[in-house]
Design a protein around this ligand. Structure first.
Ligand code: F6R
Length: 359
């Protein structure tokens, strides 16, 4: 059971304090992001796939931590995507999927029923399939069907394999003609992330951005806002707060939230403590940047805090991954400040077990 935040009011985030709460060492997997990226490139290579042509583009079918790689890859491709690339989180494929579409079935465990249903649906349609998983039923089915399998290293929580899922989606997008090869950008981003790990990791300065933000957020409900490239990252932050810190968290995107959600802050203090985090990027539309500033000002009195966080790096791959790393660390540090082990996701496991029992 989690200690109440008041039991940890000294808000320490040194390496020993982190290790004492993060008993399953999620931190090692989070700061392993640069190494995972490099390993992921090798893993795709090992599947030995030759390029093919999918005029219908790419659907990345998966759920949760396995689907997010598809959405992040889409953000990284930006205007360089020459065909549709879409992350789909459902029991079925989008209605427009045709035999001309490549379907990448992404499931860390290989046993997620929604993803397995998409694997079957893509087969029935005659669409080209690729699987990315660490094993499970998906690996067994794919091998039996002669479908290429991109292997993922075992022993992670699925959400910690984000680099593997993202690289798999990027590489398959390139192989099927939906985008350019991004291998060089991925390598450069891995080097860039090494520096950020030093800056924001457990041995980083006590007032570094990741630790300071965690201290500012640990006793509020985080409401994350993204725009364009940062929208899927806002979703990643939300889900990492949910799964690592075990707290409710919400996300939305600009400019849309300026047309509705902004009004909802009026009564926020009567309901609880809510903090707003805006994920900004050098490529954010200038009018959206103005909206970040104005929205912050307008909700400032109702929020327990408002924060703008800038992506770091040059290429889209670097910038996306910098914010993914920051969000993963902030959510982990919030878990530590709340006395909660970041790794287990008991409710999620129990839900899957109960569903399996009724299948
Ligand atoms: C758990 C996690 C979940 C899973 C999801 C799908 O760490 O992130 O969101 O990713 O339940 O399971 P997999 O990834 O095994 O297909």
């Amino acid at each position: 059971m989690a200690a109440s935040p008041s039991e940890s009011t000294d808000l320490r985030l040194d390496a020993d304090t982190i290790a004492a709460v993060d008993v399953s060492d999620m931190l090692a997997d989070v700061v392993g992001l640069p190494e995972h990226l490099r390993d992921a490139l090798w893993k795709v290579e090992s599947a030995n796939m030759q390029p093919w042509d999918s005029p219908g583009g790419l659907v990345v079918a998966g759920m949760g931590g396995s689907a997010v790689g598809g959405a992040l890859a889409r953000a990284m491709l930006g205007d360089h995507a020459s065909r549709p690339v879409l992350a789909s989180r459902a029991y079925g494929l989008p209605a427009w999927t045709t035999p001309d579409t490549t379907v990448l079935c992404a499931s860390y465990s290989g046993d997620t029923e929604e993803t397995l249903a998409c694997y079957e649906a893509a087969g029935a349609l005659g669409a080209r399939r690729v699987a990315v998983c660490s094993g499970g039923k998906l690996a067994t089915l794919a091998r039996a069907d002669g479908v290429p399998v991109i292997p993922v290293a075992g022993g992670f929580q699925p959400r910690a394999a984000v680099a593997y899922m993202t690289v798999a989606a990027l590489e398959v997008a390139a192989l099927c003609g939906a985008g350019p090869r991004m291998g060089a950008e991925i390598d450069v981003a891995a080097d860039h992330l090494e520096h950020l790990v030093v800056e924001w990791g457990a041995d980083g300065a006590d007032d570094c951005e990741a630790k300071a933000l965690a201290r500012a957020l640990y006793d509020s409900v985080p409401v994350i806002a993204g725009s364009g490239l940062t929208t899927p990252i806002a979703y990643r932050w939300k889900t990492q707060f949910n799964e690592n810190a075990k707290i409710p968290a919400f996300m939305n995107e600009l400019p849309e939230l300026c047309h509705n959600e902004v009004v909802g802050w009026q009564e926020a203090p009567a309901l609880g403590r809510f903090a707003a985090v805006f994920l900004d990027d050098s490529d954010t539309h200038p009018r959206v940047k103005e909206r970040f500033a104005l929205t912050r000002e307008l909700i400032g009195e109702q929020a327990t805090g408002t924060f703008v966080v800038e992506s770091r790096g040059h290429t889209a791959v670097e910038r996306v991954l910098s914010l993914v790393l920051l969000g993963d660390l902030v959510s982990l540090y919030v878990a530590v400040l709340r006395g909660t082990d970041p790794t287990p996701v008991d409710v999620l496991v129990s839900l899957k077990e109960r569903l399996a029992a009724s299948a």
